[in-house]
Design a protein around this ligand. Structure first.
Ligand code: AMP
Length: 947
């Protein structure tokens, strides 16, 4: 074929004389639509070696050109273009100049001087060579049209064009945006960089301000280093430009009318940000260095994980800043920040993201390595999770984690390449050029404001003292640290530049450093824009939610007629909505339930709970996998019209003045989504916030969120959270992956009343459980083992009256009125769905000597209530705990001490051993064979009565 194509080419008049423009034209067409060109050419292009980036179809212009040049040479056929060729020589060159301009836009960043240490090894970029474009130094003085290049003139000598391109794309800013397909955005970015050659002229005051911020950044670290030598603080040294950059982002966004900014960041530079940007009093920080306990009752956290809130003044008014509390698990805070931002936007009815903005700060290697980064980008434009664009800042100190080199921490050229998946512009900037850093911040803030999409600044810097102050980095990074030891600080370099420019004198500079130091010594605030008397209306007042015990009561009843009115409203479907047959049946049944003509099932009780909660003015937000319908089709809260696919949500149409009801199917993530909802719930206490897993064990993918935030956030940071997790759980012969929500994991994490773990078994219970969660001012995470088959179990029903008049029962005592308590010899304590199997066995075997008690709330454990119930059985001989999970799973190991504590309480006259009936311990959560499952289930139920 190769031979054939060569013949084709050399016999073609178009390519005669080495006129490869024709071939390039073909090639460009091939890239757009391979079928639009002759098959021989397509095959030829398909086989060309991809020497500069395997897999990318738009790269091999180099080989094509080289290939043809070589062929031309070999054939000795090169000749000047004939008069009849496609264009004049100047026109051809004009086209090449335009290609050169585009090449700079595409690849200029690969030549940019973005590394302050100048150690970054970069391959020469062929596309930026004149020869590559068949131009030469002889063309430098030729005037060409500048095309779309924003340099203020339509024509310019090639020399000037190249100079502008070099300055714009290859100086200390490396702008990467040509991966964006939206032309308007791309043009906007081109204009922003090209029109000022990536280096806008700053005025004297602006320059002094940048220096002042750098002085603060460096002064803070120097002061801490001298006062607390060797103490871990994850200093910012080497990345000081971060402080003026964040300052600029806040000020500029404030000028656009942003009212709240939530910031997420890991430990590096956090103390510096806290003091110099958020205005934490340095005296307080010093006390923390000296080990002072913070003023909440929990276990606390190290100082570089602490959050903070303050208000700062900008030209657009006061802006509330919130730095999110952060565990050590890098990157997980990003979706938490997004959730908190969305909650604030919802509170302000800010649908575009104009009033509340997220800033998330990353480390280079975590950004490239952690999967949750991808998950967070993926959520950025979805209906349920978008926040109008996030500004991502990477503090890229070029060492991964503690010691790794970039070649070990990623397979991509930049640590930021993941951001291209959402077509975010990425601005790589040299941390030792603070003015370029400020320009990057301005472009990022303006881009977010304009397009409401994510944008990334890659602040390329270094870390002067290694991973932390107790570290000796030269052991693993010898060359880098030899270089760093000779590298003047960013502040020193910039001060020198300003002194040379005459912006300030050396003496003035020294005075400023002294002033900053004495402010620290005196423990004075050093964030100049801090508002001392903050406007509290900018954030939520949490005082109504503080100081409530889990035992506090909530009236979750609803007047029956009112409940029925709401139930009827839920059944009204507008004429235009063509409801699908099976869904219609569900709604018809619900109408009967509302009329009292049919018992209330799980799905309706749940939906009614939401309706009553909305009616009491609490917003409701539900997200998760298939939540609109419900994994097991029990909810059907969202009706999809068969006529036009439009959706109708009855819960959104209860009244004109109702609060928001948000229900969205999530994308297929657990980690970021759960973290988002945690962030939402910790910011919006008036709302019922629910995340539902497809199957309960899917929450495994979000274990970090459960461990680091949900079960421990209140105790580490004093941050309350009323999030509800609905986790389908149930042993129904569906195999190891679909049976268990890993109840034992939650129970094992229970301490100090940190969470509530509930296993409701009736529709009335789920109704009151959900209502209690938001009506009671206690804000504690609620972990629910929710059912699967019980959703349709004939006995798992309730009456409307039980919904209207009841309350949540932490324990359900024996409900069978035919059981005479005075004759009961055995109590079977149990939880969840197995109750119905036990009740069935008792009925069939007429075992009136046994009562069945359901523990509906496993944590906090209702000790007193259990004691009251046990006392009602005077003839009791023994007590069995029955669960359908294997012995090493479920509630047995984690909850038996609560039950034994009651059963062995001799003061109450008890003294019962607690026996176990359940599956044998097992490595997997459940067996994979239905027949084995059934055998085990029959056995364990029988054991509960007979063993
Ligand atoms: P923020 O807007 O997040 O900075 O919060 C403002 C103030 O509200 C904080 O300083 C806390 O006093 C309080 N606050 C915010 N979130 C919570 C929470 N989840 N639990 C308790 N108090 C909170």
């Amino acid at each position: 074929m190769q031979e054939g194509i060569m013949e084709l080419m050399w016999s073609s008049s178009h390519v005669y004389g080495g006129n490869v423009s024709y071939v390039e034209g073909l090639y460009e067409q091939y890239l757009l639509d391979p079928n639009a060109i002759p098959e021989e050419w397509r095959n030829y292009f398909d086989k060309l070696p991809r020497t500069e980036g395997a897999g990318s179809r738009d790269i091999p212009l180099t080989p094509i050109r080289e290939h043809f040049d070589l062929l031309a040479k070999n054939k000795h056929k090169a000749a000047p273009a004939s008069a009849g060729s496609v264009s004049t020589e100047h026109e051809k060159k004009q086209v090449r100049v335009l290609q050169l301009i585009n090449a700079y836009r595409f690849r200029g960043h690969q030549k940019a001087n973005i590394d302050p240490l100048n150690l970054l090894e970069r391959e020469p970029v062929a596309d930026l060579d004149l020869a590559y474009h068949q131009l030469s130094s002889a063309d430098l003085d030729t005037v060409f049209q500048t095309g779309s290049l924003f340099i203020g003139k339509d024509e310019a000598p090639l020399r000037d064009i190249i100079e502008a391109l070099e300055k714009t794309y290859c100086s200390t800013t490396g702008a990467e945006f040509m991966h964006i397909v939206n032309t308007e955005e791309k043009r906007w970015l081109q204009q922003r960089f090209e029109s000022v050659r990536s280096a806008p002229a700053f005025g004297v005051e602006a320059k002094k301000h940048i220096l002042e911020r750098l002085t603060a950044a460096e002064g803070m670290e120097n002061y801490l280093a001298s006062r607390y030598p060797g103490t871990k603080r994850f200093g910012l040294e080497g990345g000081e430009s971060f402080i003026p950059m964040v300052d600029e982002l806040i000020q500029r966004s404030g000028s656009f009318g942003v009212k709240e900014i939530v910031i997420g960041m890991a430990h590096r530079g956090r103390l510096n940000l806290l003091v110099n940007i958020l205005g934490k009093n340095p005296a307080e920080l010093f006390e923390e260095f000296e080990g002072k306990k913070l003023n909440h009752d929990g276990s606390g956290d190290v100082k570089y994980h602490q959050g903070f809130s303050s208000n700062v003044m900008t030209s657009g008014g006061e802006v509330h800043l919130a730095l999110a509390f952060n565990p050590s698990h890098l990157e997980i805070v990003s979706p938490v920040v997004e959730g908190s931002v969305r909650a604030r936007q919802d509170r302000r009815k800010d649908q575009s993201g104009d009033a509340v903005m997220p800033i998330v700060v990353h480390g280079d290697s975590a950004f490239a390595g952690q999967g949750v980064v991808m998950e967070t980008f993926q959520m950025s434009q979805t209906r349920a999770y978008k926040t109008g664009g996030t500004i991502h800042l990477v503090i890229n100190n070029q060492v991964g984690f503690t010691t790794s080199k970039p070649e070990d921490t990623r397979s991509t050229e930049y640590c930021t390449d993941i951001a291209k998946m959402v077509q975010a512009p990425i601005i790589h900037v040299n941390g030792d050029d603070p003015e370029a850093v400020i320009h990057a911040a301005q472009v990022a803030a303006d881009y977010r404001q304009q397009f409401k999409r994510d944008v990334v600044i890659d602040l390329v810097c270094y870390r002067r003292r290694g991973h932390n102050e107790a570290d000796e980095p030269s052991g693993t990074q010898p060359l880098m640290y030899q270089k760093i030891s000779k590298q003047p600080s960013t502040r020193t370099l910039y001060a020198k530049k300003l002194i040379e420019e005459g912006v300030l004198s050396e003496a003035e500079d020294k005075d400023r450093m002294e002033d900053y130091r004495s402010a620290l010594v005196d423990g004075r605030h050093v964030a100049n824009s801090l508002v001392k008397e903050p406007n509290k209306e900018l954030f939520v007042d949490w005082t109504p939610y503080l100081g409530h015990a889990w035992t506090s009561q909530a009236d979750t009843s609803v007047e029956l007629t009112h409940l029925q009115a709401l139930a009827n409203k839920l059944g009204e479907i507008p004429d235009g909505v063509k409801i699908q047959r099976q869904v219609n049946k569900i709604y018809e049944d619900r109408r009967k339930m509302a009329a009292g003509a049919m018992p209330v099932n799980w799905g309706f009780a749940e939906v009614l709970a939401y309706a009553t909660i909305l009616d009491q003015n609490h917003p409701v937000r539900i997200t998760g996998q298939d939540v609109g319908r419900g994994t097991f089709s029990h909810r059907h809260a969202v009706i999809h019209s068969q006529a036009d696919g439009e959706v109708y949500v009855p819960l959104q149409n209860l009244s004109e003045s109702q609060p928001t009801m948000t229900i969205h199917d999530s994308y297929l993530s657990e980690e970021a989504v759960l973290a988002f909802e945690y962030g939402y719930a910790t910011t919006k206490p008036d709302a019922l916030v629910i995340w539902e897993a497809q199957f309960g064990d899917f929450a495994n993918g979000a274990q970090v969120v459960i461990d680091q935030f949900i079960t421990s956030g209140e105790h580490k940071w004093g941050r309350l959270c009323g999030l509800t997790m609905l986790l389908p759980h149930g042993y129904e012969g569906q195999g190891p992956e679909h049976s268990s929500a890993r109840l034992e994991r939650y129970l094992q994490s229970c301490a100090e009343q940190n969470i509530q773990v509930v296993v409701p078994t009736t529709p009335a219970q789920v109704f009151h459980m959900l209502r209690r969660q938001v009506i009671r001012p206690l804000r504690k995470p609620l972990i629910v083992m929710s059912p699967k088959s019980l959703l349709r179990h004939k006995d798992a029903t309730s009456t409307l009256e039980e919904l209207a008049n009841g309350s949540f029962q932490t324990i359900i005592n024996e409900v069978d009125a035919t059981i005479d308590k005075s004759k009961v010899k055995r109590l079977v304590l149990t939880t969840g769905k197995v109750y119905y199997d036990l009740a069935n066995y008792r009925r069939e075997n007429e075992r009136e000597d046994t009562a069945i008690i359901r523990i509906e709330q496993l944590y906090p454990f209702p000790t007193e209530k259990l004691a009251e119930i046990v006392a009602e059985y005077p003839a009791l001989e023994d007590v069995v705990w029955c669960q359908d999970e294997p012995m090493n799973q479920g509630a047995w190991y984690s909850s038996q001490h609560h039950m034994r504590g009651v059963l062995n309480d001799y003061r109450k006259g008890f003294g019962y051993e607690l026996k176990f009936a359940g599956r044998a311990a097992s490595a997997a959560p459940a067996c994979g064979y239905t027949s084995v499952h059934a055998e085990q289930q029959t056995q364990l139920v029988s054991d509960a009565f007979n063993a």
